[in-house]
Design a protein around this ligand. Structure first.
Ligand code: AMP
Length: 420
């Protein structure tokens, strides 16, 4: 062991578990790649004000959870706590919204950082797959994203998740609701911090998980009762499209989410096997965000799915992914000449796209065969001096135990055919 450990709230991804993690990440992104979303990658850090303005000055993410730093040049940066603000910043900076037909559809994959109290499913460094559809107001786009996330989770074999859906209204109807909610909240017995939040962002009080707060919220006015006609019609269409596509959801009038930029559609995917950190993904419409960060009006919608929690959800459901073996052929040379010959065969196999590995070093047959077993390879190639004198290698099927001599020059092709 070294003197150092992974920082608090983080963990290392190591084989063999890392293979599952990669497969989950690929599966979450796959539906997007088939639905017109192009890949975007932005820096791991941004100007701190992008998040302060975009995510919201009063959110926990900005006030408590951001990793901020000042560079030697005096720039104030933050490790990205979420993806949407960065992706929109990048799209605006490159004028993607002026270059082709709207919406601009983008997907991303990366690490995010929040200084949170660590617990199972809640880390200070975590991975997300995200999608953003920028510059278009169309309920079908909101529905598309929810359908694609549902498809992604199902493709992994997940079943015990639910979709919570709400509408947060728009700049017409939300202020009316906000005032009504503030009136209600000011009549409650709340601590000073929460009272301040009532003034700045009362909707977020609905998100307070503490029992003493939740108890008092039972009769709080609901945004659903305050939606304007346009928002009501929009939400109705999103719901109808989901229903037509067979995606079931639950209406959750209290779902506000922890970021300030949402408007109209908001949704969360929750998994019932995860305890308190049950959200595996979430998102919504953010029609005002572009203007908040200095851009033109660009109504948009997006989501982010948590890779770490999706892996935990698979464990909770007892789902194991059917992953291709990392090694299909393992070569065990006995002697110096065999090393050269089999190294050549392994190289040939790899060039032909067959996953192959080699017993390096000189640990003797026993150790080498142990390594072959551990590799999970379906076939091993063994060659000693006598084999080479006859121009053959021994090809062993590790499942049946059957072994055959194959001419050296034909070994790679024979294996390629067997594995095809
Ligand atoms: P959010 O932007 O907070 O809605 O996050 C989107 C998704 O990312 C959540 O549903 C989680 O699956 C995941 N996520 C957010 N924060 C964390 C964290 N601290 N640790 C692990 N996963 C997280």
């Amino acid at each position: 062991m070294s003197t150092f450990q992974a920082p608090k709230g983080t963990y290392d991804l190591l084989p063999p578990d890392s293979a599952t993690f990669l497969a989950v990440r690929d599966a979450l992104a796959a539906p997007l790649r088939h639905s017109g979303y192009g890949y975007v990658e932005t820096p791991g850090f941004e100007n701190v004000d992008l998040f302060a303005r975009g995510v919201g000055e009063s959110t926990d993410i900005v006030t408590k959870e951001m990793y901020t730093l000042t560079t030697k040049g005096g720039d104030r940066l933050a490790l990205r706590p979420e993806g949407t603000a960065s992706v929109l910043r990048a799209a605006l900076e490159a004028n993607l919204h002026k270059q082709g037909a709207l919406p601009v559809k983008l997907w991303y994959s990366g690490s995010y950082y929040r200084y949170e109290r660590p617990q199972k499913g809640r880390y200070r460094h975590f991975s997300q797959i995200g999608a953003e559809a920028i510059g278009m107001e169309d309920p079908a786009l909101d529905a598309e994203l929810i359908v694609l996330a549902d498809q992604a989770y199902r493709s992994l074999g997940l079943r015990d998740f639910r979709i919570l859906l709400n509408s947060l209204g728009d700049k017409e109807c939300r202020p009316v609701y906000r005032e009504a909610l503030q009136g209600f909240l000011r009549g409650l017995d709340l601590d000073e911090d929460t009272r301040r939040r009532v003034d700045i962002n009362p909707l977020r009080v609905l998100d307070d998980k503490r029992a003493e707060v939740q108890r008092q919220l039972a009769d709080a006015p609901l945004l659903g009762d305050y939606l304007c006609d346009a928002c009501r019609a929009y939400h109705k269409e999103v719901r109808e499209l989901l229903t037509e596509e067979g995606v079931s959801f639950e209406d959750d009038g209290r779902l506000v989410r922890g970021l300030d930029y949402y408007s109209r559609t908001t949704f969360e995917f929750v998994h019932d096997g995860l305890g308190s950190q049950s959200a595996v993904g979430g998102g919504g419409r953010y029609d005002g965000l572009s203007e908040m960060i200095g851009g033109p009006a660009l109504p948009s919608v997006g989501w982010a799915l948590g890779v770490d929690r999706t892996v935990l959800a698979l464990e909770a459901e007892g789902v194991t992914l059917d992953l291709p073996p990392s090694t299909s052929v393992f070569a065990v040379p006995l002697g110096e000449e065999a090393r050269r010959v089999l190294f050549g065969v392994v190289t040939q196999l790899r060039r032909a796209g067959v996953a192959a590995d080699f017993a390096y070093g000189s640990r003797g047959v026993k150790g080498a065969m142990k390594a072959a077993n551990r590799s999970g390879a379906r076939y091993t190639l063994v060659a000693g001096e006598r084999d080479l004198a006859e121009g053959v290698v021994q090809l062993k099927d590790m499942e049946s135990g059957e072994q055959n001599a194959v001419p050296v020059s034909e070994a790679a092709e024979a294996l390629r055919k067997l594995l095809a």
